[in-house]
Write a protein that binds this ligand. Sequence first.
Ligand SMILES: [Zn+2]
Length: 394
Amino acid sequence: MHCYNKNLSRHWYAIILLCTVCMLPVFSQDSIVIPIKVINNNAFVSEYNIRTILPVQSTFDIVLQRGRIVNKERYALYHVGLAIALVNDSLVRSDYPVMRQHGEVMIPLDIAVPMLTALLPEYEVDVTVNAITIKKIPTHVKEKEKKTPVTKVSKDAIGFIVVDAGHGGKDPGAIGKGGIKEKHITLQIAKEVKLVLQQRLPGIEVIMTRTTDRFIELGERTEIANKMLKKGVNGLFISIHCNAAVVSKISGFETYYLSQNPSNEEARTTSVLENNVIIFENPEKRKRYGDVEMIEALMITTQIQQESAMLGTAVQKSLDKTIHEFKSKGVKKADFFVLRGCLMPSVLIEVGYITSPKEKKYLIDRNYQKRLAQGITAGIVEFIKEYNRNIANY
Ligand SMILES: [Zn+2]
């Protein structure tokens, strides 16, 4: 309950008490009414009301201004100042952002309604002029609904795989001895990966972010993938790159997944190198990273990161079995812009060092590229097997 300063005059106390009573959710036998508050012509629902009256757990990070509302495996993530939230398997948008008023978090109505609907499947969520009414769905209706499984990002079957050939067009990526460009090698390997995936997983759609030497902005790459997500269909995002080092004797392959905390200094350096591509991007479009970044900052706390780590482990293990000429440098995490905003398990594979004269020779060799593709694909197949087993046990 709210506490008020005892020094307040009785008059003000009475007014505040009256307002507070008006704002409190109203119970009835089988429905809960949560008031809608209008602030500057925009409709909001108080997070305090959601947290105190509904069977959900809510946490709020006061430093980062991020909140999380959870009911069992269902979750909603939002950020103060953003007009977008992540609700289970979908992004929910509003015309205006989540805000704070007198310390209270106010969630836009058009985020709150799908959020509550997703968090509370056993309830029906209705909107009236000044309130949201939440009613328990009668048992006989609930039984019917049980037959339709509730979709959730991590429990949806893998329906597509996006194979992303790193760099392209005006962005050459890393450049090896003799002027060999990363963008050409990544495209050749990505094409091989697509071929092998189609052979081994005929039921799954394989999409390439590029099939020619053209420039694509980082945000566009994951957008291609995110657009394909729908209820019941999940995807994988596989980005293929070649690494570079000042020291030419450094060689080996490694797989990365997204994290704001890099595994080590080398992982951080690799991500900085790959992130340099944004200098080629249109400054206007670059601004978009603001929002994507925020969403991604939320995203990496979710199960998607664990699934990405699992995907990375499967791919790296499989590459390790296939490639013996060079060292497996393991699964690492780092902050790659290309993986940010990707709402599905995603990894970035550094297939080898273009700056190592020995490894470069292999990287441009068609047979070696095919072996890399076999290794990557076998890892993806392993991951999907494990993933489907989890769906079956859900
Ligand atoms: Zn690269």
